[in-house]
Ligand binder design. Structure first.
Ligand code: FAD
Length: 291
């Protein structure tokens, strides 16, 4: 099922993200997590793509398994920036052959050891170029993309980021998923700004439940997200107790989710990080709301 069809429903829904294994040894552990999360009947499940494409076959295998084995729609991520056009085109052909319907088209992060390279000769510079290749492939993919309520870290300013986001939707991106954020007011302000800029595709907020203190620095470094004082106090007070931090982190994410639903945002994506226990706790907390 196309993600855009799912998003037409005005019933509150939750989707979850999983990431593929880095090696074949951990494939069965990931499959187990996928199995447990799929049993919660989310509206869809997304499968991330390892930077550089080294684990791309696993992304495809897991995305296919989610839809074929569990009957849950899947969204396969695909990145392009550090790959050749030839290898990306061949991956697109694999997606087509495997019957992948939904693709999250991403640029990907610039690998740390290539940041200072002259990129003018690279095959890809932005997600829009990947979207063009997906559109040209002849498959009728439902294409999504990423967006950044707190501005992409490489953007020189907010307006420029929104101009490029509009290019992305004009190129054929049919829905957007946000980077994680911890203050919903930033999301609401972003939504109103992009609507004013004529970006009218559905926007799915991405919520990351922070369930251990070590995740905080990494999440902030990756996303550049603002940590509200209310959340920092939780980490300061409960960070040293794994159980307490887990409970408090899930409660904080639940609070964000309920506020989003209350403000008529019907579809929320959870960065569940292969943790069925976290996904289950959130589903329990909102069971009556999503009934
Ligand atoms: P783009 O849309 O290409 O934007 C990147 C930057 O380029 C922005 O600053 C933008 O303003 C600017 N830009 C865009 N077009 C132009 C232009 N024409 N001229 C000048 N500047 C331009 N990474 C992975 O490796 N695997 C994943 O599975 C993955 N999943 C993700 C899922 C979500 C929901 C999100 C939010 C991020 C994900 N990422 C993933 C991380 C993502 O790859 C990085 O954030 C990356 O730095 C940007 O990717 P993008 O597709 O948003 O890039």
């Amino acid at each position: 099922m196309r993600i855009t069809e799912i998003l037409k429903s005005d019933k509150p829904t939750i989707s979850f993200e999983v990431f593929p294994p880095k090696t074949s040894d951990s494939f069965s552990a990931v499959e187990k997590a996928v199995d447990e999360i799929a049993a919660m009947n989310p509206s869809y499940m997304s499968v991330t793509y390892g930077a550089g494409g080294g684990t791309s076959q696993y992304t495809l295998d897991i995305a296919r398994e989610i839809s074929e084995k569990y009957g849950v729609p899947s969204l396969a991520h695909l990145t392009c920036v550090s790959s050749s056009r030839e290898s990306v085109k061949s991956r697109i052909e694999d997606f087509k052959a495997a019957g992948i319907e939904n693709v999250l088209a991403l640029r990907g992060d610039i690998p740390a050891d290539r940041i200072n390279e002259d990129r003018s000769g690279w095959d890809y510079h932005h997600a829009t170029e990947l979207i063009a290749d997906l559109k040209e492939s002849g498959a009728d993919f439902c294409i999504g993309g990423a967006c950044y309520p707190e501005v992409h870290p490489e953007s020189s300013n907010r307006s420029e980021d929104i101009i490029h986001l509009k290019e992305k939707t004009d190129a054929g991106c049919e829905f957007l998923t946000t980077q994680m954020f911890f203050d919903n007011s930033l999301f609401y302000a972003f939504l109103s700004r992009i609507r004013e800029a004529g970006i009218n595709v559905p926007v799915i907020p991405g919520i990351m439940p922070i369930t251990n203190a070590n995740q905080v620095a990494r999440a902030v470094k990756l996303s550049g997200s603002f940590m509200p004082q209310r959340f920092s106090s939780i980490v300061d007070r409960f960070g040293s107790s794994p159980e307490a931090m887990m409970q408090a982190g899930i409660a904080y994410a639940t609070d964000q989710i309920i506020d989003l639903f209350a403000n008529n945002i019907n579809h929320i994506h959870i960065y569940s990080m292969n943790k069925p226990a976290v996904a289950a706790a959130i589903m329990r907390n909102i069971s009556e709301i999503i009934k």
